[in-house]
Design a protein around this ligand. Structure first.
Ligand code: ZN
Length: 495
C-alpha cells in the first residue's frame, strides 16, 4: 500500500493512520438497516459513506471482508409500544408473517442500494439467523458477572462495569451524565439501575418473534446482534466498525461494553461515524412530514420534491459533502448536484473525443501526475470526497481547453488523464453514467435535430424543395421518422 490512509477515529477523537491488524487484510462491520420500512436518505448516507471506504480500501489493494447486517429482530425504539417489535407490529397490522415484512423491505433496500451503485457487502447476516450466537454472548457476560437476570430478562449491569471500565468512552460521557440524562422507561421495576440495558428480553404471550433461551422464551436486546455477528465473522478483534452518528450512543457504546464484558478486551480498532442528513434544515422524521424515501426521490413523487432525482444525483450529492459534515437536502441543492454531475460526466465524454497531439502537448504528464497525487492525498485525508470532486472539476476545465483547441495533450498524458477520471470518478467515488432525462448530451442532441427541422421549415416556406427534401431524406436515412403537423413537426428516432 503506497498510499497512506488517515481516518478519524471516534474513539480517540483524532485522525489516525490506518494500519490493519493483519497486513493486507481489513475486517469492517457496518450497522445495516432495520427492515420494517422503506429505505430513505438516512439509509443512503452510511451505505454510500462505507461503500466509498470499501471501494477505496480495495483500490489500495487490501482484501476486505465487509459485514453489514440486517436488523430484523429486537430493535425496540424508546417511544414504541412497550415490548412490541416493530416488525412484529407491522406483521400484525398487515396480517403477514414477520419474515414476509422483513424480506419485503430487505428486497426494497437491496434494489435502492443497487440503484445507488453501492456494492453489496461480503457478508450480510440477519439478526434473526444468529439467535444462538447472541444467547452465547449473554451467557458469557452473565458468567463474567456483568449482567443479571430479572423476571425472565437479562440486563447489563452498567454501574458494575463502569467500576472497572469506562462506560461512555466512545460518546465522551461519564456514567453520571448518562444517569442524569436517562429518560429510559423500558424495564422499570426489573432493572437495578435505569441505565442498565437489555441483553435478553422476556417475551409477553402475544409477542410473535420469540426464541427459547436459558431464561425462558424471549428475544435478544438490539445491541447484542452486532457484537455477536461481528465476532462470528470478523473475530474477537477487527479493524473498523462504522455507522451513523446517531448510533454512537447508546448502540455502539453498548457494543463496546458487551465486547469488553464478554472477552475482556475491545473488539474494534477504529470507530467511524457519518454525520446526519437534514431536509430543508429540519431533522427528518415521519411526524414532520418530510420523510422522503429513496424510491420517492427516484420517481419525484413527493410533495416536497420539485422533480425526480436520479440515483447518481443522490450519490453525487452525498459525496459532495465530507462524511463527517452535516448534509442538508433541498431541491436547490439537489439541482445544483445534478448539474455538477452532468458537468463531470461531460468531462469524461469529452475526453473520449480528444485527438492526441504528436509529441508532448501543452498538457503534459507532469500535470496528470500532480492531479492523481492530489486526488490520492484527498482520499487519504479521511476520505475527503468533496476535494476529490473539486480536483476532477478542475480537470474538466482543462479537458475543455483541449476540446476548444486552446491546449494540446500527448497520447501518454491523454491515456493517463482518462485513467485518473475512471479510477476516481467510477472505481472509487462509485459514480456511473446514467441514461435518460436530464442527460445534457441527449438534450443537446435533441436540440440539434430540432434546429435542422426548423431549417427545413424555413426552406419549405421559401419553396426551396430541394433543401427541404434533402434534410428529410438524410434524417430518414439515419433512422429518424419525421412527421409534419399543422403547427410544425414531430420526430422520433427508430432504433
Ligand atoms: Zn449495530
Amino acid at each position: 500500500m503506497e498510499q497512506k490512509l488517515f481516518i478519524y477515529n471516534t474513539l480517540s477523537r483524532k485522525k489516525e493512520e490506518f494500519t490493519p491488524l493483519t497486513p493486507g487484510r481489513v475486517g469492517m462491520y457496518v450497522c445495516g438497516p432495520t427492515v420494517y420500512g422503506d429505505a430513505h436518505l438516512g439509509h443512503a448516507r452510511p451505505a454510500i459513506t462505507f461503500d466509498l471506504l470499501f471501494r477505496y480500501l480495495q483500490h489500495l489493494g487490501y482484501k476486505v471482508r465487509y459485514v453489514r447486517n440486517i436488523t430484523d429482530v429486537g430493535h425496540l425504539e424508546h417511544d414504541a409500544d412497550e415490548g412490541e417489535d416493530k416488525i412484529a407490529k407491522k406483521a400484525r397490522l398487515e396480517q403477514l408473517e414477520p419474515m414476509e415484512v422483513a424480506q419485503y423491505y430487505t428486497n426494497r433496500f437491496h434494489a435502492a442500494m443497487q440503484a445507488l451503485n453501492v456494492l453489496p457487502p461480503s457478508i450480510e447476516p440477519h439478526a434473526s439467523g444468529h439467535i444462538i450466537e447472541q444467547i452465547e454472548l449473554v451467557k458469557q457476560i452473565l458468567a463474567n458477572g456483568f449482567a443479571y437476570e430479572s423476571h425472565g430478562s437479562v440486563y447489563f449491569d452498567v454501574e458494575k462495569y463502569n467500576k472497572q471500565h469506562h462506560y461512555g468512552k466512545l460518546s465522551g460521557r461519564n456514567l453520571e451524565d448518562v444517569i442524569n440524562n436517562s429518560r429510559e422507561l423500558d424495564g422499570v421495576g426489573e432493572k437495578r439501575n435505569q441505565v442498565d440495558f437489555a441483553l435478553w428480553k422476556h417475551a409477553q404471550p402475544e409477542h410473535i418473534m420469540r426464541w427459547p433461551s436459558p431464561w425462558g422464551d424471549g428475544f435478544p436486546g438490539w445491541h447484542c446482534e452486532c457484537t455477536a455477528m461481528g465476532r462470528k465473522y470478523l473475530g474477537d478483534h477487527f479493524d473498523i466498525h462504522g455507522g451513523g452518528m446517531d448510533l454512537v450512543f447508546p448502540h455502539h457504546e453498548c457494543e463496546i461494553a458487551q465486547a469488553v464484558a464478554s472477552q475482556g478486551s475491545d473488539m474494534v480498532r477504529y470507530w467511524m461515524h457519518n454525520n446526519m442528513i437534514t431536509i430543508n434544515g429540519q431533522k427528518m422524521g415521519k411526524s414532520l412530514g418530510n420523510f422522503i424515501t429513496l424510491a420517492q426521490f427516484f420517481s419525484g413523487e413527493h410533495e416536497s420534491l420539485a422533480q425526480a432525482y436520479s440515483p447518481m444525483t443522490i450519490r453525487f450529492f452525498i459525496l459532495q459533502a465530507h462524511y463527517r459534515s452535516t448534509v442538508d437536502f433541498s431541491n436547490e441543492a439537489l439541482q445544483a448536484s445534478e448539474k455538477g454531475l452532468a458537468r463531470l460526466m461531460e468531462g469524461v465524454e469529452n475526453l473520449k473525443r480528444v485527438t492526441p497531439s504528436d509529441g508532448e502537448g501543452s498538457v503534459g504528464m507532469a500535470y496528470v501526475d500532480e492531479l492523481r497525487a492530489k486526488c490520492y492525498e484527498a482520499m487519504g485525508d479521511d476520505l475527503n470526497s468533496p476535494i476529490v470532486i473539486s480536483h476532477l472539476f478542475e480537470a474538466c476545465r482543462v479537458v475543455n481547453t483541449i476540446v476548444d483547441k486552446k491546449a494540446t495533450i500527448g497520447r501518454e498524458a491523454l491515456e493517463a488523464l482518462s485513467d485518473v477520471f475512471h479510477t476516481f470518478a467510477f472505481d472509487i467515488l462509485g459514480l456511473k453514467e446514467e441514461a435518460g432525462n436530464g442527460n445534457a448530451r441527449e438534450e443537446a442532441f435533441g436540440q440539434v435535430v430540432d434546429m435542422l427541422l426548423e431549417q427545413r421549415m424555413i426552406a419549405k416556406a421559401n419553396k426551396d424543395w430541394a433543401t427541404s427534401d434533402k434534410i428529410r431524406d438524410r434524417l430518414a436515412a439515419l433512422g429518424f421518422e419525421v412527421k409534419d403537423t399543422k403547427d410544425g413537426f414531430t420526430w422520433r428516432l427508430n432504433k
